[in-house]
Design a protein around this ligand. Structure first.
Ligand SMILES: [Zn+2]
Length: 420
């Protein structure tokens, strides 16, 4: 079932040729890869490896996310955290009918759960803020409509698509992640709205670094310090640096570097946020974060639906990351750069939550992780305004950067080492 609108029209982005493969090969913007260890070691409890940026494996070979999953069950005083959560909301709860908390909502099960609970369990006045997906899926669009239908006000921002597509292209070539054009806005835009509307609380879902394997440095903090954003969310590459490269190398027109939407791809200045007293908190800091339970919650409370096409490409999972047609390519690049695809990421957290055994997880990774998401590949290429050959030049440039992960045999690229 083709779900992209029949009338979809995407103008060409450039008429001249750009050497994407060369740019990908010589990029200085993907600063994570050089920090990764040579030898690939998998976590003994889940299926991620030490190739995940910033992940920490302890001396028993277990990753930080698995250790945190144990702590969540055994050590953390959730009653105390609930009290602190109530106090936080009391501090921000508006008495004059204004919005009092912003929830950045992609339309997925997690942000939907948070917005709905804040309103109906905690009596807050949440405003859901959505940074538009790059290419809506019908199911993603319906899910967010149903969240709004349940009584949540929503603010949607769609940046200039020509500029957004060019940022996506720069992300793909320079960082191996076209989804930068979504992720950056998704985090940053909510804070611009908070500043504009005078809302002092912005609530995200979970500390991804802690839940899925990454830096443990902010483990005991309720939210992300703004100073860490560039490293954690922008892979060490600031949007303005990428735009400058884009203008100098023919991705963006000169005038486009002054497009008003560009400022939303980066957070407001830290001093402004501090001065305005805006706080960043993770819902998952205060509550045991279990994605599957969020799925049950939104299914029950506002009819959230799973992927009508069955499991998503590259994984067995049916209910996560459904909002964007281009999303599967983002996971595919994680396979290319880190040897960790979408099934790995799904299986890892389900093992930690005891929904899968490690053995089952390994089997699912072998079955799904390496599958190239070709269902909407033509649309993806149209979106990027790239030929298939140019796309594979970029992919292969990233494979070549990781000789410890990939080798070429009889003209085919294969992962040297898989989880076992
Ligand atoms: Zn682990």
């Amino acid at each position: 079932m083709a779900q992209i609108g029949n009338y979809l029209y995407l103008p060409k982005l450039q008429t001249h040729k750009i050497p994407y493969g060369e740019h990908a090969k010589n990029t200085i913007f993907e600063r994570q890869l050089s920090t990764l260890p040579e030898e690939v070691i998998f976590c003994k409890k889940c299926v991620v490896s030490n190739q995940r940026p910033r992940i920490v494996l302890d001396n028993e070979g277990v990753c930080g996310a698995c250790r945190w999953a144990e702590e969540k069950q055994q050590i953390v005083d959730w009653d105390l955290k609930q009290k602190n959560f109530n106090a936080l909301l009391d501090k921000h709860r508006s008495k004059d009918g204004r919005f009092d908390v912003i929830v950045p909502c992609s339309g997925g099960k997690d942000s939907g759960t948070i917005a709905h609970k804040l309103k109906y369990e905690y009596g807050m006045n949440p405003l859901s803020v959505t940074w538009s997906p790059l290419l809506y899926t019908e199911i993603g669009f319906q899910n967010i409509q149903n969240m709004i239908n349940s009584g949540i006000s929503s603010h949607l921002f769609t940046p200039n698509r020509m500029v957004q597509r060019k940022i996506a292209k720069l992300g793909l070539v320079l960082i191996g992640n076209h989804f930068e054009a979504f992720g950056r806005g998704q985090v940053s835009y909510a804070f611009h709205v908070a500043l504009d509307l005078g809302v002092k609380l912005v609530m995200f879902g979970e500390n991804g670094e802690l839940e899925y394997g990454g830096s443990l440095k902010n483990k005991d903090l309720p939210g992300q310090p703004i100073g860490d954003w560039v490293d954690l969310y922008h892979k060490g590459a600031r949007t303005d640096e990428m735009v400058k490269f884009g203008v100098e190398n023919g991705y963006l027109h000169k005038e486009e570097q002054h497009d008003p939407c560009l400022k939303y791809f980066a957070p407001p200045e830290a001093e402004k946020l501090t001065k305005a007293g805006i706080e960043f908190h993770w819902f998952g800091y205060y509550h045991k974060w279990i994605p599957q339970e969020n799925f049950y919650y939104v299914s029950e409370h506002y009819g959230f639906r799973t992927n009508p096409e069955g499991h998503s490409e590259g994984t067995y999972n049916k209910y996560a990351s459904l909002d964007d047609f281009t999303d599967p390519i983002h996971y595919y690049f994680s396979l290319i750069k880190f040897g960790l695809g979408r099934a790995t990421s799904d299986a890892a957290h389900e093992i930690r939550e005891n929904h899968l055994t490690r053995e089952e997880g390994v089997a699912l990774v072998h079955q799904y992780d390496h599958i190239f998401p070709d269902k909407y590949f033509t649309e993806f290429l149209n979106y990027m305004d790239m030929t298939e050959e140019e796309f594979w030049d970029v992919v292969n440039a990233y494979r070549e950067k990781r000789p410890n992960l990939w080798k070429k045999e009889n003209g085919k690229w294969i992962l040297k080492q898989r989880v076992a």
